[in-house]
Design a protein around this ligand. Sequence first.
Ligand SMILES: Nc1nc2c(ncn2[C@@H]2O[C@H](COP(=O)(O)OP(=O)(O)O)[C@@H](O)[C@H]2O)c(=O)[nH]1
Ligand SMILES: [Mg+2]
Length: 241
Amino acid sequence: MNVTVVLPTYNERDNLPGLVPDILGRGDYRVLIVDDASPDGTGAVADALAREHPERVDVLHRRGRRGLGRSYVDAFRRVLASGADLVCQMDADLSHDPAYLPALVAAARRFDVVIGSRYLHGVSVVNWPLHRIALSAAANRYVRAITGARVADCTSGFRCWRRDALGRIPLDRLVSNGYAFLIETLHEALRHGARVGEVPIVFVERRHGHSKVSLDVLAESLIMPWRVRLRARGRLRTGRP
Ligand SMILES: Nc1nc2c(ncn2[C@@H]2O[C@H](COP(=O)(O)OP(=O)(O)O)[C@@H](O)[C@H]2O)c(=O)[nH]1
Ligand SMILES: [Mg+2]
């Protein structure tokens, strides 16, 4: 089974050197780092890791407008072309512990998409202030209510995809970028009949660097559930105008 873990990075210089060997030690996984020309030099750190593990670590350097969603689209295209059977995605800020990867990969035998979920047994988040927990929980309730997705954690960025489920998503027509990208891809997967499963994870807030969540990103994710709902009813086409 060929498993590739995609790591999007923007200013994660201090987090990558510990994270990548940790992932490689968890199983026979490959890593694709997709860096958005991070000003802190993450790209050079990623290149050094690729030189150290030439068969297992690869780097995609993006130029131009940065964005999490766009980074994932470019990386998913490359990984699908490389023939991976399973494609995992996770944050590169140590919030997602690679120790969970084997559980996600194992669950992908039964599901097309497996989500590392913070909300399966109450709330499993470490080091978040109460208002951030409340915001995330409310965001998930909001997404579920509008889209009808029966998934506890719709905005988790820790996922494992079977290649055929990922391949069925119209990557070139996705419109979103931040958290909304997670909502949009989950919705597209469900729309294409994917079986979605969740495994519990404990999410630990980053210790190095800063979150890149902005007001734009939050606004986009408030609108996205309505977009996907209209799309599902055939009132809105998938895709960029
Ligand atoms: N390539 C790329 N990665 C990004 C971008 N924005 C965030 N990331 C990465 O996406 C992951 C999650 O971002 P983060 O800011 O920690 O979001 P939060 O955990 O929701 O606060 C981290 O690995 C970031 O480095 C971006 O514009 N481009
Ligand atoms: Mg984070």
